[in-house]
Design a binder for this molecule. Sequence first.
Ligand code: ATP
Ligand code: MG
Length: 244
Amino acid sequence: MKGELAAGREPLLDVRAVSAGYGGMPVLRDVALKVYPAEIVALVGSNGAGKTTLLRTLSRVLSCTGGIVMNRHDLVPMTSDQAFAAGLVQVPEGRQLFNRMSVHDNLLMGAFRRHNRAAIAHDLERMYALFPRLSERRRQLAGSMSGGEQQMCAMARGLMAAPILLMIDEMSLGLAPVVIEQLMDVLTRIRDEGVTVLLVEQDVHLALSIADRGYVMETGRIVHSGSAKKLIDDPDVRRAYLGF
Ligand SMILES: Nc1ncnc2c1ncn2[C@@H]1O[C@H](COP(=O)(O)OP(=O)(O)OP(=O)(O)O)[C@@H](O)[C@H]1O
Ligand SMILES: [Mg+2]
């Protein structure tokens, strides 16, 4: 689903005039953003721009003003548990795995709200097919794995919740290019299977190279948006974020 084609469809996530902050200190100002079904949307911007704050606001960890509608549900009055139950799943910055639990148990934790055991078992095998590295390490403690393996585990745990929208914060941070390539490959595969992804990245080039559309955030505001190709070709974006 490329950006221009998405325009006529109903968005899966519709964020309107959202403002939020910490203890009265404003961070997000009037943020508007749409994500259409089965798109990868990149949210990029420098350190401190407010990307994580936006994800935490969408996850309903932070209170806000404005509108957040996902899959026709109004998320604003929801708690974070309710938003999770509605299908909004965040893979947090720093992964936050259960380090003393096995890979397998971490994945099962992702499915803790689901009850259909056959579907959970099916999805576990799907995760092990998607991430063969995890399959080899089912019994290994999550905390003893490499950074790349931990990111795979965090993504697989998020997918085990059967998300409608998967939000990933700083997927590539600190990882080797070969691992990043594998993770990007997984993202396009799950997108093609119908999972919608909101990807936060400091690596603007990387994010726009995989995304269908993107948003650029500066000091809590969206300053550029459009198809990934349009953003890569935008002289302002190139100068500020791509260095050429
Ligand atoms: N818990 C908090 N309490 C107070 N201020 C915070 C808190 N978390 C973040 N901030 C502030 O909010 C602003 C946006 O931070 P945020 O973490 O959302 O940025 P970011 O775009 O995710 O940056 P990075 O790329 O470094 O992860 C920053 O000025 C930051 O200092
Ligand atoms: Mg952040």
